[in-house]
Design a protein around this ligand. Sequence first.
Ligand SMILES: [Fe+2]
Length: 241
Amino acid sequence: MVNISSLWQYLALQSPLQSMSGEQFNITKMGLTTYSLPQLPYAYDALEPHISAQIMQLHHSKHHQAYVTNLNKALESHVAAVAANDIASQIALQQAIKFNGGGHINHSLFWKNLAPAGSDETSLSAAKDLVTAIESTWGSFDNFKKTFSAILLSIQGSGWGWLVREGGQQGGLRIVTTKDQDPVVGGDIVIFGVDMWEHAYYLQYLNGKAAYVENIWNVINWKTAGERFLGTSSSDNMPEL
Ligand SMILES: [Fe+2]
């Protein structure tokens, strides 16, 4: 099972880089924890026609797997560097841990906040409290959707767009973006996220990024989003994902 909690805390400590101490990075407690690719909660073709089976298969079994593999390699090297008091190697590994650890966290969240179009999970009625909070924050659900979509399309290069609960379980709703594979840190709770890397849509939508964004709304798992908002999910909310 994915143990994201300590990884998430570890990445949060690196933003900004705070200390070179293994103890403060909690690295000794992490030891040689290895991460594994989580199973998708649906089949590769389950999100068609909005996200093709080809994209889902490559995205999950190749891209996400690569983040997991490279994260484990970097963590193993980092543990060895800490044991050897090799500070230069520890510093050199920070970016690989951040990038691949973030990739693992982000995709693990993303798969769970998607569901087959037309399923009960994609109905807004599965997240009544969240929808009420969205309407209160943005005036209407349509205005939220329009605002979120515009922010997704404004991301330059590779990154993610997220709806978060700012600062913790009592916080207000906010839309944030992260660059590359940076995860959401700092206590914000992820409600749902959208992968805006080209690998998430290019094989199907080519340069039609706006069409991808328009169609992603059909496969947002509002049940998961609503549970993350309320903090009632035992498996999907931060920090356990
Ligand atoms: Fe991705």
